[in-house]
Write a protein that binds this ligand. Structure first.
Ligand SMILES: C[S@@+](CC[C@H](N)C(=O)[O-])C[C@H]1O[C@@H](n2cnc3c(N)ncnc32)[C@H](O)[C@@H]1O
Length: 249
């Protein structure tokens, strides 16, 4: 596990950091339960739709958490150089343990390892400009304070023509789905949170950060301002999850 930088001590960052360090060891189980097992399907779709998993591709998964996307990319494309970056060491320990288990496993093994780096994704000074072909970020952008600087850094480390692929919760559009979605987010989630983590608030952050997250149109303009074009969105699960792809210009 390499160590990069975490130049961030704001209240927001301390909160995010505390939250994920406290739930790290059961984060994967929590994700599977609250998404009814669908999160892996969405992550797989994100990678297969990217079209960037070629031999020798350089891939970075920002806010990698327990490393699902980075590990999956490495499994699909063993010759790719894959990095997983996160600033919560407890999440990275889980990622590393999982990749070590998979390296030794006889069943669906990893052939070579992912490189996990503890760092703030707003400051990736260990990578030169234009190093990567693909930048993925799954359910992470919502958690990042100062999105503009994170997007700018994503653009910097991508090659011109490189792809940014963002998987994120979104507010569903279909009229009939909306009330059930918000009921699930605001009511079921705190109950789940209480039984799962012993605190009402752990999963309340999810609801809060989602409520404050920009609409696609606003996010598209933030992405374009950071130096991307061709910003497109694909909806999954009745619009509960969005895959946003953008090309580094
Ligand atoms: C909801 S988890 C997502 C984990 C994983 N990508 C997934 O799809 O399950 C969000 C992660 O973002 C990380 N994070 C938030 N802000 C960050 C930042 N500025 N730099 C690096 N990691 C950050 C947190 O530590 C946490 O592990």
């Amino acid at each position: 596990l390499f160590s990069g930088s975490r130049n961030s001590h704001s209240e927001w960052d301390n909160h995010v950091h505390r939250l994920f360090s406290s739930i790290a060891y059961k984060y994967d189980l929590g994700n599977t339960l609250i998404s009814f097992g669908l999160h892996m399907k969405w992550k797989r779709a994100m990678l297969s739709l990217s079209g960037k998993l070629f031999d020798g591709a350089r891939i970075i998964d920002g806010a990698t958490g327990t490393g699902d996307i980075a590990i999956l990319a490495k499994k699909i494309c063993p010759s790719a150089e894959v990095y997983g970056i996160d600033y919560t060491p407890e999440m990275l320990v889980e990622a590393k343990l999982r990749s070590c288990r998979l390296l030794k496993s006889g069943n669906d093994p990893l052939k070579s390892d992912v490189i996990f780096i503890e760092s703030d994704i707003r400051y990736l000074s260990m990578f030169t400009n234009g190093y990567f072909d693909l930048y993925t970020i799954g359910f992470g952008l919502r958690n990042i304070e100062n999105r503009a600087s994170a997007l700018k850094e994503m653009r910097r480390v991508l090659k011109p023509g490189g792809l940014l692929s963002i998987l994120e919760l979104s507010k569903p559009v279909p009229f009939l789905v909306k009330p059930f979605f918000w009921l699930y987010i605001w009511c079921a989630m705190p109950i789940f949170s209480f039984f799962f983590s012993g605190r009402l608030t752990s999963y309340l952050w999810l609801a809060q950060s989602l409520a404050e997250f920009p609409t696609f149109t606003a996010l598209k303009s933030e992405i374009e301002q950071a130096g991307f074009d061709d910003v497109k969105r694909t909806l999954f699960g009745l619009g509960v999850v969005s895959l946003i792809a953008a090309r580094a210009s």
